[in-house]
Write a protein that binds this ligand. Structure first.
Ligand code: FMN
Length: 333
């Protein structure tokens, strides 16, 4: 993390103090990312928090074109924006697609005083409470009003949330997920990359360290491919009975109308709006990434959804339980 300039002032007016900037950076760093790779560089520069993708933290096997990296950076932008609002300032977000600097993805500039709305405060409070919930859900469906709220969360960033309710569509998506997972597990480059990030003693600030994950995934559950298992799952007294209640989780796809650098950042923003809304309402969420990481299977998922929108993230949603946080890199100002 880098810092330039900055003076001490009170909340809601003038330039943020160092402590406030540290809060903004920490909020950005709380975003989810594939393998907890945290593929961003966040810095305070010229009066704004900048979000840069970090190519050194890309996952070439799982994410060869950097799409998931940009999703994670979009999520970081939303977290920063909400943290600025929680500090009582206007937040001006700018996405900055620039062919000469393809890793510079966006910035949030704190503006003049403006108290947050109640809903912004709730979402901001969810930033550090949100954790990926891989537990089995308890089988109760999400009420329609909540689904509507999640759908609107995605609209706020000009993306659709497609809830996959149709039995035939769900079955097809499940088949595609299993096929993608099987292919990835048979790919030595994917497995080697997994082993670099997951279950490593040496990693205490990124990846999924042994306290959170075993080096090899547990036998997979249909909607929870890449279930990392590990110590948290070992504590899980439901371990034996878990699949009885799972699973009719709500499966929802964040989808964009285009598919390029900007669309990926926007979809990451929509993903985070959905995730934070879920957290604020006590709903757990995890990711079903494999079917969108294998290009020809992603094309088939797109066809399953009607062929118009571009699927960006498949989410599994339901009533979960408290989850332990994963580590983050230090966010020094
Ligand atoms: C694009 C994307 C894909 C992900 N794919 C998976 C996945 O396939 N399986 C999984 O268990 N978690 C997946 N995750 C969740 C990350 O592992 C998680 O965000 C990271 O470990 C940080 O933990 P947190 O979300 O609890 O903060 C994904 C996250 C993102 C943003």
């Amino acid at each position: 993390m880098m810092r330039e300039g900055g003076t001490a002032t009170s909340r809601g007016g003038g330039r943020p103090s160092d402590a406030e900037i540290a809060e903004l950076l920490a909020a950005g760093a709380g975003a989810p990312s594939s393998h907890n790779s945290q593929p961003w560089r966040l810095r305070w520069h010229a009066g704004a928090i900048e979000v840069h993708g970090d190519p050194a933290r890309r996952l070439p096997a799982a994410d060869p074109d950097g799409r998931e990296l940009r999703l994670a950076c979009g999520a970081a932008l939303v977290n920063v924006r909400l943290a600025v609002r929680a500090q009582g300032r206007r937040a001006h977000t700018q996405l900055v697609p620039d062919p000469d600097d393809p890793w510079f993805l966006g910035r949030v500039r704190p503006g003049g005083p403006l108290p947050p709305t109640g809903w912004e405060s709730e979402l901001a409070a969810a930033v550090h409470r949100r954790h990926t919930d891989r537990h089995p859900f308890d089988g109760r469906p999400l009420p329609p009003v909540l689904r509507d709220q999640l759908t609107r969360a995605s609209w706020r960033e000009n993306c659709r949330l497609v809830v996959v309710g149709d039995v035939v569509q769900r079955r097809r998506l499940l088949e595609l997920t299993a096929e993608a997972h099987r292919r990835q597990q048979a790919d030595p480059a994917f497995v080697a990359e997994w082993e670099r990030w997951i279950g490593h003693e040496a990693r205490s600030e990124d990846g999924l360290p042994p306290a959170h994950a075993r080096r090899s995934p547990r036998p997979d559950h249909a909607w929870r491919p890449r279930d990392f298992g590990g110590a948290i799952a070992d504590d899980d007294r439901l371990a034996g009975a878990e699949d009885a209640a799972e699973d009719q989780p709500t499966i929802a796809v964040v989808a964009s109308y285009e598919d390029g650098v900007l669309a990926h950042v926007r979809a990451g923003q929509a993903m985070q709006q959905v995730l934070l809304t879920a957290t604020a309402r006590g709903v757990g969420a995890s990711f079903v990434a494999p079917p969108l990481e294998v290009p020809d299977i992603r094309a088939q998922v797109r066809a399953v959804l009607g062929g118009v929108v571009w699927p960006q993230v498949v989410l599994r949603l339901g009533w979960g339980r408290p989850v332990h946080p994963t580590p983050r890199r230090t966010t020094a100002v």
